[in-house]
Design a protein around this ligand. Structure first.
Ligand SMILES: Cc1cc2nc3c(=O)[nH]c(=O)nc-3n(C[C@H](O)[C@H](O)[C@H](O)COP(=O)(O)OP(=O)(O)OC[C@H]3O[C@@H](n4cnc5c(N)ncnc54)[C@H](O)[C@@H]3O)c2cc1C
Length: 382
């Protein structure tokens, strides 16, 4: 590598971006407005991503996956989010749901669950949050009680992305109520396990194509070898997972923001007021410049964090939180400005920027709100 290559993605990353952008524009973007309007799962996106082996690129090659590094995974999510944020939750949540198994699972669990994920036969969800345990996730009530060679799970998980569509769920549950976060263990639960059921889809502001539902566990009896890692390590695994996957939320935010800037950039050239294109007004140019500048900064932070995730740097917790927090705040600002640049038209569903603004909001909330990210950063200052 020459010195000049230090601060840019490798050629393979640029080629991957071109491939994903072409696929996203041809096969995912055209359905984005309808998916949002109807609040339906973006099956076309799942099919297109699976056919191109882009649905779960992070799965290591020895389990049948593409073995993409963290930056490649970020680029896939960013490019899909640029046209449809809901669809970008397919590769993002497949990583979120399966990373606990990759980081802490036994060989048997990896062999059993990563293969179907890599093939596209199954999706993976992550079930940490509960109705009364969001930011304070360790306050969860779902419990698992040992019964011979089995664990029996009871409880409710809330806000679970892709619930009902995913075959597999990483579920965090209390195995020792005395020990709080050290008394939580992680398990793989299958959709077909007896006693698993789902609530009605939540009616949301944005990412309407991504199903968000409660998951109920009613005496769900699973074999003991479905535990991920040792008893009592589930919360640590859940947090370690988020260190890596918050970067995928940063990527999603970045993609949404870039999509909004790209659309607004074209619109201001076409729209004429006072006898000229509104792009000719300096007030408009300054807004576009600020949007682009913020996106560039968010991208630099996100790619730097992806590299830290790949290397397993000691300051990953800080970097992941910083990237997610910054990029999501940028996505909210940039999409709001994009709506402004389209004037009244921007406020209607005839143009994509209002959807992007609604979709951007969630990136400031999930995988830890941006207040929580600031707590995480403050505790891990570089
Ligand atoms: C669409 C969607 C999809 C989701 N997908 C998943 C998923 O797949 N899996 C999963 O496990 N979870 C998922 N979540 C849950 C998400 O991570 C939580 O909603 C989030 O962590 C916040 O928890 P809460 O909603 O209970 O809010 P609360 O924790 O009740 O927070 C309310 C407000 O208080 C603030 N706050 C709380 N504590 C503090 C503090 N100490 N200092 C300062 N401010 C504080 C928060 O920042 C927030 O502004 C999803 C949520 C949504 C909406």
């Amino acid at each position: 590598m020459s010195d000049f290559d230090l601060y840019r993605p490798a050629e393979e990353h640029d080629m991957l971006r071109e491939t994903v952008r072409a696929l996203a524009e041809a096969k995912i973007g055209p359905h984005a407005a309808e998916v949002d309007e109807q609040g339906r799962f973006p099956q076309e996106a799942r099919d297109a991503l699976t056919a191109a082996d882009l649905h779960a690129v992070h799965v290591p090659e020895n389990y049948g996956g593409a073995g993409a590094d963290a930056l490649a995974t970020v680029i896939v999510i960013e490019e899909v989010a640029r046209v449809c944020a809901s669809s970008s939750l397919i590769p993002a949540v497949n990583k979120l749901g399966s990373l606990p198994v990759i980081l802490s699972g036994s060989e048997e669990l990896k062999a059993k669950y990563l293969g179907p994920l890599a093939k596209g036969d199954a999706m993976f969800s992550y079930a940490l949050s509960e109705p009364d345990a969001g930011s304070d996730a360790a306050g969860m009530k779902t419990k698992a009680v040992r019964d011979g060679d089995f664990w029996v799970l009871n409880g409710v998980k809330r806000w679970i992305t892709n619930a009902g569509v995913s075959e597999y769920y990483t579920v965090m549950a209390v195995t020792d109520p005395e020990k709080r976060s050290k008394g939580i263990s992680a398990f793989v639960v299958e959709k077909g396990d007896e006693g698993v059921s789902f609530g009605a889809p939540e009616k949301k502001l944005g990412i309407k194509g991504s199903p968000t539902r409660e998951v109920y566990f009613d005496n769900v009896r699973i074999p003991a070898d479905r535990m991920i890692g040792a008893e009592g390590t589930g919360f640590a695994t859940a947090m370690k997972t988020l260190d890596h996957t918050r970067i995928t939320i940063a990527a999603q935010a970045l993609g949404i923001a870039q999509g909004a800037l790209d659309y607004a950039k074209g619109y201001v050239q076409e729209r004429k007021q006072f006898g000229k294109a509104i792009a000719d007004f300096q007030g408009i140019q300054f807004m576009l410049a600020d949007m682009a500048m913020k996106i560039s900064a968010a991208r630099a932070l996100t790619y730097q964090a992806a590299a830290a995730s790949e290397r397993g740097d000691a300051d990953l917790t800080y970097q992941g939180a910083a990237a997610k927090c910054f990029a999501s705040d940028v996505a909210m600002e940039v999409t709001t400005d994009a709506v402004q640049l389209l004037g009244g038209y921007g406020y209607t569903r005839d143009y994509p920027v209002e959807r992007m603004m609604r979709d951007a909001k969630i990136t400031q909330i999930y995988e830890g709100t941006n207040q929580v990210q600031r707590i995480v950063m403050a505790r891990n200052l570089p």
